[in-house]
Structures are given as structure tokens and as C-alpha cells.
Design a protein around this ligand. Structure first.
Ligand code: CA
Length: 227
């Protein structure tokens, strides 16, 4: 899943990003209302963690501005004040949840998972293709219940492919699912990750494989000759 952090205090920003990166999110960072709205218009985010006090206004105005937009991310508002009115404003303004600073890291992650789950009702948290399964919350992949050792981006690529198993996934869709704005993407990076994934799937005797469609993208399907 892809998260946008909107926070103007550098220390809190780096704390929040390492927390979310550690929880398996793709993370983008912005520090103003204006930059956040521009980011939200450019890429699909699942979650936005938004501070209220931003240099160019109230973070809640981002939530309000996105209210009628579909798809919109789930919003978690951070507030330094625990005044009841702040919390009520936040929820009335369309936020999905709020957290009062300072907060426990574990609580932030737990709340993000709750709103993410609410956002995708009925979506199973374990997705499968053949003997491969991925727990998209913990981002653990396994083949016939044996865990696969994947790097973070490999797991995200595999998740995007398994969610669309049997269908073509374009390079752009994969890149959007896996990289943030600030990531430097070299032209062969995705290909290198796909080839590592192929090797790992093969070594684990997965009965699915990733095929390339030259110039278009990739497709995950059943292996023609199961290993
Ligand atoms: Ca602030």
C-alpha cells in the first residue's frame, strides 16, 4: 500500500516515514497543504497521514478538498491538541481516524491497519495464486506454506501481480505500486526485481510464473510445466 505523509516538522516526518516504511508501505512525503493536494492528484494513495498545523493552513482542509474525489485515500489526522472540538472537527471533516501527538508508534500502525481494512471491505487479507499466498497486511509471501524471503519492493511487486493474477499488469501500474515520487527508478530496476522474483519463485517450486509482454508489462499465471 502507498502512504502519503503530510508533516512539516522534519523530525516527526523522518520518524513517521521510517515507521511506515518498516510496516511495508511505499512512502511519499510532503510538508504543506499545497504540496499534499498536488501529490494526491498525481498518484493513487491508500492512506494519508496528515498533521493539522501546516505552514500554509490546516491539514483538515486537505481532507475536505478530497471529500468528493474517488478514489480517495483513508485519512489519519495527527493533532497536537486533544481538545474535543478538534477531534469532532476532524471526523466531521471526513477524516477516517485521528491520533493525538505524542503517540505510540505501535498505535499509529495499528490504527492505519484498521482504517485500511475498513477501506477494503471484503478484501481478503490473504491473496493466493496457485500454491503462492501473500498476506498483504504483514506482507509475507509463502509457497505451499513455506515462507519466501523477499525484499520489500519484491513483495510489493508480487502483491500487485497476484492481485491481478491472469491479467496483464502494465509497467506503469507496477511502478506506481512500488515506487514513491522521490525514488530514482533506473530503466532496468523493475526488470532486475522481476528476475529476482522469478528465481525465488522457481527455487521455492511455485506453480505460478511471471511472464513478460514486451513493451507492455507482466502477467502472473500458472506455470505451463509445474515444477
Ligand atoms: Ca505541524
Amino acid at each position: 500500500m502507498r502512504a502519503l505523509i503530510v508533516e512539516d516538522e522534519p523530525e516527526l516526518m523522518s520518524f513517521l516515514s521510517s515507521l511506515l516504511l518498516g510496516a511495508g508501505f511505499i512512502v511519499d512525503r510532503t510538508s504543506s497543504v499545497e504540496a499534499a493536494l498536488a501529490a494526491l492528484k498525481t498518484a493513487p494513495f491508500d492512506i494519508a497521514v496528515v498533521d493539522r498545523r501546516l505552514p500554509d493552513g490546516d491539514g483538515l482542509s486537505i481532507v475536505k478538498a478530497m471529500k468528493a474525489t474517488e478514489p480517495r485515500p483513508a485519512f489519519l489526522i495527527l493533532t497536537a491538541r486533544d481538545a474535543k472540538s478538534d477531534v469532532i472537527d476532524g471526523l466531521n471533516g471526513g477524516a477516517d481516524d485521528y491520533l493525538v501527538k505524542p503517540f505510540e508508534p505501535g498505535e499509529l500502525i495499528a490504527r492505519i491497519r484498521v482504517i485500511a481494512r475498513r477501506r477494503y471491505p471484503g478484501r481478503s487479507l490473504v491473496i493466493t495464486a496457485g500454491n503462492l499466498s501473500i498476506d498483504i497486511e504483514g506482507r509475507n509471501a509463502s509457497v505451499s506454506a513455506v515462507p519466501l524471503d523477499l525484499r520489500r519492493r519484491e513483495a510489493l511487486i508480487l502483491e500487485a501481480l497476484v492481485q491481478r493474477a491472469g491479467r496483464v499488469v502494465t509497467r506503469n501500474v507496477l511502478i506506481e505500486a512500488v515506487y514513491g515520487f522521490d525514488d530514482l527508478i533506473e530503466s532496468n530496476t523493475l526488470e532486475a526485481q522481476i528476475s529476482r522474483l522469478r528465481r525465488k519463485l522457481k527455487e521455492a517450486a511455485a506453480n505460478v510464473e511471471i511472464s513478460s509482454l514486451r513493451g507492455i508489462g507482466y502477467i502472473l499465471r500458472k506455470s505451463e510445466q509445474p515444477v
